[in-house]
Design a protein around this ligand. Structure first.
Ligand code: HEC
Ligand code: HEC
Length: 352
């Protein structure tokens, strides 16, 4: 307020008309540049730097609030039945529990499992095959996909601009009430970037605030021996792509990364998913083929399909005793972050 006081004082003693003009200008300027409230991602000290360039889309309370409203609003789909949250549910780390493949408008079924959305600020590429290389651009895929939201961005903007609430929120987030496509995408990205999960039992163990049981500790050792090369700590992914030996589904025939690069060396490679909150984000793999963590572990011990592109880390069989399998699962369960899953700020906004 201090800066807006000053010109009024300077105007003292001038004609009333001038004073009114000055005051009005201040009010209009103030409305045009309403202050936003910056938000810092709170992340553990030893985490790598985010990949997303936050200087080009600085997080603000207002931007995140707008992004959250958009994320939960079915107005983004053609028949206003499907929102981003229809397939990405907050209490399952923004995955779609119980659906092997995604479900979109008109009950149409997609070809892949909806991945969890956590720690996206550290992602270099998006989608199971890395089809998208920038978070801001990602929403164009589900919005335009005929089996997901079946809409176009211009038509979404046309619908949104008619809502005074949205115009107000765009104004608060971006300084004026223009409802523009890049703003919509930036706001969605801001909400998604705010979805940081770093508060699991594993994280407490890392900083020495909690200790693992013997079983969890043993599972952690097994994990480091067999899994950490790809599901690398602390994000539990390298961000890269790998063929983890999953036999391709004979109907879906999904080649993964090769679809994007057309490089035979990328055949059957999929994005290495983070394992944070893995307890809740079932079913597993790009096509949701496994419902239980035990089945995933059996895949790694008994189900690896050798092929030209199989990851070298998985070329030698992994042998685990029944006890070791239980220990490994016990470790994986330490990656659950209940504060994140139950955080009311990640759930649907109140007016929904
Ligand atoms: C009909 C279900 C469905 C809807 C609606 C949907 N998604 Fe998704 N989402 C998916 C599926 C399936 C994938 C994986 C797609 C692929 O690999 O080709 C995905 C992938 C993603 C990813 C990439 C995550 C990663 O780790 O690579 C992001 C980010 C994302 N969705 C955000 C959104 C946003 C934002 C919206 C709303 C604009 C949205 N989704 C709407 C099903 C959906
Ligand atoms: C060579 C790299 C690599 C290694 C080693 C590896 N994984 Fe994976 N993991 C992947 C890839 C790639 C996927 C996704 C595959 C797909 O979608 O078809 C995956 C998927 C998973 C999933 C499903 C995640 C989800 O959200 O659907 C779990 C759970 C998992 N791995 C656990 C493990 C465990 C436990 C180990 C050690 C025994 C391990 N992984 C070793 C690369 C690897």
């Amino acid at each position: 307020m201090r800066s807006s006081d000053r010109p009024v004082k300077q105007a003292r003693g001038v004609a009333p008309v001038t004073l009114v003009v000055v005051v009005l200008t201040i009010v209009i300027c103030a409305a045009g540049t309403m202050p936003t409230h910056p938000v810092q991602l709170s992340v553990p000290k030893d985490w790598p730097k985010p990949v997303y360039d936050l200087t080009r889309n600085p997080l603000t309370q207002e931007g995140i609030a707008l992004g959250r409203k958009l994320f939960y609003d079915p107005i983004l789909s053609k028949d206003s039945t499907i929102s981003c949250a229809s397939c990405h549910l907050s209490y399952t780390a923004f995955s779609h529990v119980d659906h092997r493949l995604s479900h979109g408008i008109h009950d149409s079924i997609g070809t892949r499992n909806a991945p969890a959305l956590v720690n996206l600020a550290w992602n270099r590429s998006f989608m199971w095959d890395g089809a998208v290389n920038h978070l801001d651009m990602q929403p164009l895929a589900p919005i335009g996909h005929p089996a997901e939201m079946g809409e176009t961005l211009p038509h979404v903007l046309f619908k949104i601009v008619q809502h005074p609430e949205y115009r107000r929120m765009f104004g608060e987030a971006f300084g004026d009430t223009m409802v523009l496509g890049d703003r919509l995408l930036k706001a969605l990205a801001q909400f998604e970037l705010s979805l940081v999960s770093a508060g699991s039992r594993y994280d407490s163990m890392r900083i020495g605030a909690e200790t693992f049981t013997e079983q969890e500790m043993n599972g952690y050792r097994i994990f480091r021996a067999h899994c950490d090369a790809c599901h690398k700590e602390p994000l539990f992914t390298t961000g890269g792509f790998a063929n983890n030996g999953s036999p391709p589904d004979s109907i879906l025939r999904d080649g993964g990364r090769i679809r994007i690069t057309h490089d035979p060396g990328d055949s059957l490679k999929f994005k290495i998913p983070s394992l944070r909150n893995i307890e809740f984000s079932y079913p597993y793999m790009h096509d949701g083929r496994f419902r239980r963590l035990n089945a995933v572990i059996t895949h790694y011990t008994d189900g690896i399909l050798p092929s030209a592109t199989l990851a070298p880390e998985l070329a030698r069989p992994i042998v685990l005793s029944p006890n070791e399998r239980t220990d490994l699962v016990a470790f994986l369960l330490t990656l659950s972050d209940r504060d994140f899953l139950l955080n009311p700020e990640n759930a649907a906004p109140r007016n929904y």
